[in-house]
Design a protein around this ligand. Structure first.
Ligand code: GLN
Length: 392
C-alpha cells in the first residue's frame, strides 16, 4: 500500500506543536470525511469502545474512540455536517464544532468548504476549551479565517448557568428520534434548569429542510473539490494506465474512490449541472439562508439552543451502510449548525442499554464561550464524565 506523507503541516498542527503538543498518530475516519459511522473508511470500520458491535459514529470515529479508551487525551476532527459531534456523542466524549472561520483550515483536504471546520475533541469540557484556545485564531493563509480577538476559553467555565435562556427547538425532537434519546436530553435540560437556566420550547420551522439542503450543498462542493483527483496531476493513479486520456482518467477515479465518495461526486455533479442548478443547488442555498435567519431570530431570544446530538444511539456495524438515505438521516440534528456557521458542542448526557447519548448545545457565531460554559456546568453536575468503557 502506498501511503501519502504530506510535505507540510496544516496550520492547526503547527499551532499544537508550537504549544509543545505531541502528535502521536492519525486516526481512522470515513473516506474523505463522508459518512457518519467510519464504515466508509478505506481501512475498514472503527468499533465503538462501549459496544464493539456498534459504530463509533463518524466521520471522525477514530478520534472519538481513541479518547474514550485513553489512547490519547485530545484529538482533532473536522465537522462538515456533524463529524466531530456525532462520534463525540456516540463515544461519550466532548466535541466542539467551532464557528465557521474560527479555526484555520489551511492544510485540510476540503470536502465542502462552505460548511466545514476543524475542532477539538476531548475527554472533558476543560480540555476541549484548552485545546480550542490553542488552535483558534486568525490565519492569513485561510481566506475564510475570521479576524476575531483571541480568547482563553478556559476562563469561561463556571459550574452554573445562572441567567441562561435556553431555547428547545421542537424540530430537534422530530420523527425518528428515539424515546431514550428524548428522555435523556430532556433530563439534561431540566438539570440545566436546576443550575440556574430557564428554558422554553420553540420552533425553527426551516430546520425541517436542513438535511435536504445540507446534502445538496455538501455533495455539490465535494464534486467540485474532488475534481482535482485525476491521477494525472494529483491523487491516486493506477499502475497500469494504458489507453487514451478518458480511459486513464476514468480508471483512476473508479479505483481511487470508494463507493460512497463516487456516489456523492455523481450526485453533486448532477445537482450543479446546467438545467438542474436552479432546481437543486440554488434552491438549497435559498433554504440555507432561511435556516440562518431562523437561527438569528431565535438567538434574539435565547442564549443557547439545545437538543440531541444524534437522534438515536449508536447503531450496529453494517446496519445502515447498504441504505445511504438511512445513514444520512442520522445527521438530521447536526447539519443545521454547519449550514448556519454556528458553534455547537456535544457533551455526554447519559446512556441507554450501555450506549452513550450526547446533548447538543448551539450558540450564536463566535459564542463558543456560551456552549462551553453550559456544557461545563452540566458535566460538573452529572456523573457521565467518570464512566469509562471496558474494552479488552
Ligand atoms: N455525515 C455527514 C456527511 O456524510 C457529515 C460528515 C462530516 O461532517 N464530515 O456528509
Amino acid at each position: 500500500m502506498r501511503i501519502f506523507v504530506p510535505p507540510y503541516d496544516a496550520e492547526v498542527i503547527e499551532r499544537i506543536k508550537r504549544e509543545d503538543g505531541v502528535i502521536i498518530g492519525k486516526t481512522n475516519m470515513d473516506e474523505f470525511a463522508m459518512g457518519s459511522s467510519t464504515e466508509t473508511s478505506y481501512f475498514g470500520p472503527t468499533r465503538n469502545p462501549w459496544n464493539l458491535s456498534r459504530v463509533p459514529g463518524g466521520s471522525s470515529g477514530g478520534s472519538a474512540a481513541c479518547i474514550a479508551t485513553d489512547e490519547a487525551v485530545l484529538a482533532l476532527g473536522t465537522d462538515t455536517g456533524g463529524s466531530i459531534r456525532c462520534p463525540a456523542s456516540y463515544c461519550s466524549v466532548v466535541g466542539l464544532k467551532p464557528t465557521y472561520g474560527l479555526v484555520s483550515r489551511y492544510g485540510l483536504i476540503a470536502y465542502a468548504n462552505s460548511l466545514e471546520q476543524i475542532g477539538p475533541m476531548a475527554k472533558d469540557v476543560y480540555d476541549c476549551a484548552l485545546f480550542l484556545t490553542v488552535i483558534a485564531g486568525h490565519d492569513s493563509k485561510d481566506g475564510t479565517s475570521v479576524n476575531a480577538a483571541p480568547k482563553d476559553y478556559t476562563k469561561f467555565l463556571k459550574d452554573n448557568v445562572e441567567g441562561f435562556k435556553i431555547g428547545v427547538p421542537r424540530e430537534f425532537f422530530g420523527e425518528g428520534t428515539s424515546d431514550a434519546v428524548k428522555k435523556q436530553v430532556w433530563s439534561g435540560i431540566h438539570k440545566l434548569e436546576e443550575l440556574g437556566a430557564v428554558y422554553e420550547e420553540t420552533s425553527l420551522p426551516s430546520l425541517e429542510h436542513s438535511l435536504a439542503a445540507y446534502y445538496i450543498v455538501a455533495m455539490s462542493e465535494a464534486s467540485s473539490n474532488l475534481a482535482r483527483y485525476d491521477g494525472l496531476r494529483y491523487g491516486y493513479r493506477v499502475d497500469k494506465d494504458e489507453g487514451n486520456w478518458a480511459t486513464v482518467y476514468s480508471q483512476n477515479r473508479r479505483i481511487g474512490f470508494g463507493a460512497e465518495v463516487r456516489r456523492r461526486i455523481i450526485l453533486g455533479t448532477y445537482a450543479l449541472s446546467a438545467g438542474y442548478y436552479n432546481k437543486y443547488y440554488l434552491k438549497a442555498l435559498k433554504v440555507r439562508t432561511l435556516i440562518r435567519r431562523n437561527f438569528e431570530e431565535a438567538f434574539k431570544k435565547f442564549d443557547v439552543l439545545i437538543g440531541p446530538t444524534m437522534p438515536f444511539p449508536p447503531f450496529k456495524i453494517g446496519e445502515k451502510i447498504k441504505d445511504p438515505l438511512a445513514l444520512y438521516m442520522s445527521d438530521v440534528d447536526t447539519v443545521s449548525a454547519n449550514l448556519a456557521g454556528l458553534p455547537a458542542i456535544s457533551v455526554p448526557c447519559g446512556f441507554t442499554n450501555g450506549l452513550p447519548i450526547g446533548m447538543q448545545i448551539m450558540a450564536p457565531p463566535l459564542r463558543e464561550d456560551l456552549t462551553l460554559q453550559a456544557a461545563y456546568a452540566f458535566e460538573q453536575n452529572t456523573p457521565y464524565k467518570n464512566r469509562k468503557p471496558t474494552v479488552n
